[in-house]
Design a protein around this ligand. Structure first.
Ligand code: HEC
Length: 137
């Protein structure tokens, strides 16, 4: 019994150590997360339509006139802001993932921007989740 308890303690410690090490990857963010904010989803406006210079916590930089993507400095600012909306390693506590997800799929009850992701199987939702889990590719 004591041995079992010790084993459980060891497993618990290593699991939390892994979690603490989760680092959000900037390169992954730029290549795979930012494009999601620009993408048009059926029946929904792009995230950027409402979240560029918005007055809630999800505030993206304004795209330079005529530009299709943010410049490096802006992407770094976006990274900082968006990072504050997630708990690295813990998608279930990450506002970025819950706010635009349909409540039936475990998302938050209300988002003025709609239920952009009908389920956790949406490939873009999965990409956001992978980023929160510290994926680099
Ligand atoms: C039609 C406008 C609109 C669109 C499009 C939209 N949102 Fe929102 N979003 C809002 C508004 C307004 C709020 C603040 C009030 C609320 O939560 O409804 C908000 C809140 C949020 C929050 C919480 C911010 C906070 O202050 O805690 C997150 C995260 C978020 N949205 C993510 C997204 C993502 C990701 C997309 C695109 C997939 C998106 N939103 C698209 C309007 C929009």
């Amino acid at each position: 019994m004591l041995r079992l308890l010790l084993a459980l303690v060891v497993v618990g410690v290593s699991a939390s150590a892994v979690k603490a090490e989760t680092v959000l990857d900037y390169d992954f963010f730029k290549r795979k997360v930012e494009p999601i904010f620009l993408k048009k989803r059926a029946d929904h406006a792009r995230c950027t339509v409402c979240h560029q210079q918005s007055n809630n916590a999800f505030r993206l930089e304004k795209l330079p006139d005529g530009a299709a993507f943010w410049n490096e400095e802006q992407s770094k600012k976006n990274f900082a802001v968006v990072s504050s909306l997630v708990v690295p390693g813990d998608p279930a506590q990450s506002r970025l993932l819950l706010q635009p997800l349909a409540p039936q799929a475990g998302g938050n009850a209300y988002h003025s921007g709609g239920w952009q992701f009908a389920s956790k199987n949406d490939p873009d939702w999965k990409r956001l989740e992978a980023w929160v889990r510290g994926s680099k590719k």
